[in-house]
Design a protein around this ligand. Structure first.
Ligand SMILES: Nc1ncnc2c1ncn2[C@@H]1O[C@H](COP(=O)(O)OP(=O)(O)OP(=O)(O)O)[C@@H](O)[C@H]1O
Length: 817
């Protein structure tokens, strides 16, 4: 309903009159009766209304500005005060003709006329009866028309349906007033007091928020009951609209209240923080903005940061997202972007640093220096990724550190061992709870420069789990074509890794995912000899550990012999990691004595070693003897270096069955079968009676459970073992062998030669049989490693037997028939 001022006809006065307001004089049934009985004149001046419809009984103020209307009002006011009021079809019409007005209107009585200062006239009209224009008789000076009354069809006095409709109209009207904030509650009172049925309907129709067309529609309905029903329908719609509006408003108001509350609390919190002298969140964000200006970002990154910072400003500081956003932006600020340390490309200096930190490892150092030389010459800093591969504790990781030092770059390291989640490399998306960047980005943050030496330790131990394959993320890291825009999920941006020098380390090349392996340049590192270990211990490990324990060489020294004792008696490894811990143990013992001011030997003695480390461990990989038939020393390669293994065989009466034990892999079992078949086929040549193979069972065993035993390299050792068993002849003393065999009697080359040779030397082997094709491997090994070893290069299995077997019978030789 529109704005109202409630007045009754009695207290209607000009002072209270407001042209905007509608006036509500209440019509009593008696007034109505009187009104209905009034005779209508035959013709009337017609006042067209632009934007409203006058209903019988209702009083409304009309503001007239058009000359014709003003004249009409003045004339009528001076005369009989009765005029005809109709609505215009189009409210824009300035001078409507007879066709531009509705034909049904209301006869009105002029109650008051008021001349306004602007020349307009306001007239208060009360509707009387409806009429229909019969014919417009003139249009000047204003429209005049002959009219006829339109009869009102009233329902029966006892029509209970009609009474119910009227009750509903009243009820709804009251509800609408309640829901409308603009209608004063006194209106309810007015509605309740309306007694006349038709006035109630007209009053409500007049005051409802309807268009002129809709109101005119209502006025044109002759039946009072139908008009009441139609009014009710409009009222229903209006009420629903109002309820909906109020509902929405209350929701909106709630949100606003909530926001205001939070804003208010934030302001308070800010004040408290400032009072306490802390940095307010605002200040913190301003600082971030300032810091961002000092960063060497490209435009895209700059924009991204600004966008994210303004997002943070809009966030509630108490929400968890705020914390994540803060971490995010801090990461941006802390990460080095295009900040490079200057490389020291003095290769002589680099060589010095590498030599200072590591004994031996000449080949590796040489390759590293070559690598740096290429870097220097190309100067684009893009370099192939190096993978150092070899047994544990041979200095792979520490060589990486030395390279960093030599180049003057920062050094970071991540261990990939057991890593199975791609997110570890690439980070979690920000939406995750506890989201973090991946290890690569975290390490770069730690490094503080964009070109550190980055060690990817144990790249062969990467495993693929349920949540993506970390190796595929690493592929991107290690691909020089792609890694200039490495995408981290948390960072949500590409980061340039192309200037990072990656060095991967691995124990077992074969375990690296092939695609990863292809991207790297592999440098193999093998184990150390005893002499080398002693040197390393003397030059590096001992002084290093002394320092770590707060002692100097004045407090403790150690001789070569004692170091050798530790190496031989207490460690069994390719590298020097265990050796280092044993040395640390010895030094700790002295440190304790120094601290407690006890007596101790300033030069470590053999007794000290036994006291601290216990009785030397039984060295199992020492060559034993050749007293027993069928015992041959083989050489094995494992991921922790080389090892020797013994192949044993035994003969017993039976039906020619071959039993193989020792937890052997398929390839080894096949080698055993091949060896036996070869012997059978060549029995005559070997001086063996063919019947032997039907009369005896043969059992072949490879002890030493810790060594993984698969691979073809024990082929010739098995062959020798079986021939020694069947002939009961001794195998040559201090001899070891490795090589694959074929049914045709050929010997094929095998891998891991350097490790095997070192293991053999450690074990006290003097002679080694190898395939002639393995000679090139031996040529690559430094002379000093080979000292004291004799090599026999063979092509055929018969040559192996000729070298390995002696004419002497073994102790307690059996006679086989
Ligand atoms: N040639 C060497 N000269 C001096 N010290 C060495 C040498 N080789 C190894 N070391 C020392 O031995 C220790 C173990 O080396 P490091 O941790 O680099 O081994 P690694 O090959 O990376 O082993 P892993 O495969 O288990 O990671 C280090 O303290 C290292 O300095």
């Amino acid at each position: 309903m529109s704005n109202h001022k409630i007045l009754t006809i009695d207290n209607l006065s000009l002072q209270e009159f407001d042209s905007e307001a509608e006036l509500i004089p209440l019509l009593t049934p008696e007034d109505e009766e009187e009104m209905n009985n009034e005779e209508l004149p035959v013709s009337l001046p017609i006042l067209p209304l632009r934007n409203t419809v006058l209903f019988p009984g209702v009083v409304i103020p009309i503001s007239a500005g058009r000359d014709k209307s003003i004249k009409l009002i003045n004339d009528a006011n001076a005369g009989g005060k009765i005029i005809g009021v109709v609505s215009q079809i189009n409210e824009e019409d300035e001078d409507p003709s007879k066709d531009d007005i509705h034909k049904i209107g209301t006869v009105a009585r002029i109650l008051r006329v008021l001349k306004m200062p602007d020349g307009n006239v306001t007239v208060i009209l009360q509707g009387k009866k409806r009429f229909e224009i019969d014919e417009v008789v003139s249009e000047e000076p204003y429209m005049t028309a002959s009219i006829k009354e339109v009869s009102e069809e009233r329902p029966d006095e006892n029509d209970s349906e009609f009474t119910a409709i009227l009750d509903s109209v009243k009820e709804l009207a009251i509800q609408i007033i309640k829901e409308s904030p603009n209608i004063p509650s006194e209106a309810t009172f007015a509605i309740k007091n309306i007694e006349s049925q038709s006035f109630l309907i007209n009053f409500v129709s007049s005051n409802m928020n309807l268009s002129v067309k809709e109101k005119q529609g209502l006025l044109s309905i002759n039946g009072l009951k139908e008009r009441a029903l139609e009014t009710l329908r409009y009222m229903n719609v209006e009420l629903q609209k109002l309820e909906l509006k109020n509902d929405i408003q209350s929701k909106v108001r709630f949100d606003l209240d909530q926001q205001q509350r939070e804003y208010f609390l934030h302001q308070q919190m800010k004040t408290i923080q400032e009072e306490l002298g802390g940095v307010s969140q605002e200040e913190e964000m301003d600082e971030m903005g300032q810091k961002a200006k000092t960063k060497k970002w490209d435009e895209k990154t700059q924009k991204h940061f600004e966008k994210e910072l303004s997002k943070m400003r809009r966030m509630n500081p108490q929400s968890p997202d705020f914390g994540i956003q803060r971490n995010y932006l801090e990461l941006f600020l802390e990460l080095p972007w295009g900040e490079y340390s200057k490389d020291k490309f003095d290769l002589k200096h680099a060589q010095k640093v590498l030599d200072k930190d590591h004994f031996g490892l000449d080949e590796v150092k040489k390759r590293m220096i070559e690598h740096l030389a290429v870097l220097k010459l190309r100067n684009d800093m893009k370099s192939p990724i190096i993978c150092l591969t070899g047994p544990p504790g041979v200095g792979k990781t520490s060589i990486g550190r030395s390279v960093a030092e030599a180049l003057g770059r920062e050094y970071v390291r991540i261990s990939l061992g057991g890593l199975r989640d791609e997110a570890e490399i690439r980070g979690h998306r920000k939406t995750y709870i506890g989201a973090m960047p991946g290890r690569i980005i975290q390490s770069l943050k730690k490094a503080g420069t964009s070109n550190p030496v980055f060690i990817l330790d144990e790249i062969d131990k990467l495993s693929s789990g349920n949540s993506g394959d970390p190796s595929s993320a690493l592929l991107e890291v290690l691909d020089p074509e792609q890694n200039n825009a490495f995408y981290d999920n948390f960072l949500e941006m590409g980061y340039d890794l192309s200037k990072v020098m990656f060095i991967a380390t691995s124990n077992n090349m074969a375990a690296i995912q092939p695609a990863l392996r292809d991207r790297m340049e592999v440098i193999k590192m093998s184990g150390y000899t005893i002499e080398e270990k002693v040197e390393i211990a003397k030059r590096h490990l001992f002084p290093k550990q002394l320092e770590a324990h707060g002692l100097t060489s004045k407090d403790l020294t150690i001789g070569k012999k004692q170091l050798e004792k530790i190496v031989e008696g207490y460690t069994r490894e390719s590298g020097v990691r265990n050796l280092e811990t044993k040395i640390a143990q010895v030094i700790r013992n002295a440190a304790k004595a120094v601290a407690m001011e006890e007596e101790y030997n300033k030069k470590v003695t053999d007794e000290d070693i036994v006291k601290v480390l216990g009785v030397p461990r039984l060295e199992r990989d020492k060559y034993e003897n050749n007293d027993v038939a069928g015992v041959v020393t083989g050489l094995a390669w494992t991921s922790v270096g080389g090892d020797i293994l013994f192949i044993e065989s035994l003969i017993s009466e039976g039906k020619g069955a071959l039993t193989i034990t020792g937890n052997l892999g398929n390839v080894m079992k096949e080698s055993a079968t091949i060896a036996l078949e070869y012997i059978k086929a060549n029995a005559k040549k070997l001086g063996l009676a063919i019947e032997l193979f039907q009369k005896y069972n043969i059992h072949l065993h490879v002890p030493e459970g810790a060594t993984p035993k698969d691979g073809p390299s024990a082929g010739i050792a098995m062959l020798t073992s079986l021939v020694s068993l069947l002939t009961q002849k001794k195998v040559k003393k201090s001899l070891a062998m490795t090589g694959e065999i074929t049914l045709r009697g050929k010997v094929l080359p095998v891998g891991g030669i350097k490790e095997k040779i070192l293991a053999a030397k450690r074990a006290g082997i003097k002679e080694i049989i190898l395939c002639h094709e393995n000679k090139s491997d031996i040529d690559e090994i430094k002379e000093e490693y080979l000292e004291g070893l004799t090599f026999h290069y063979v092509k055929e299995m018969s040559e192996v037997l000729a070298i390995a077997l002696t004419d002497q019978n073994v102790k307690n030789a059996k006679t086989l028939k």
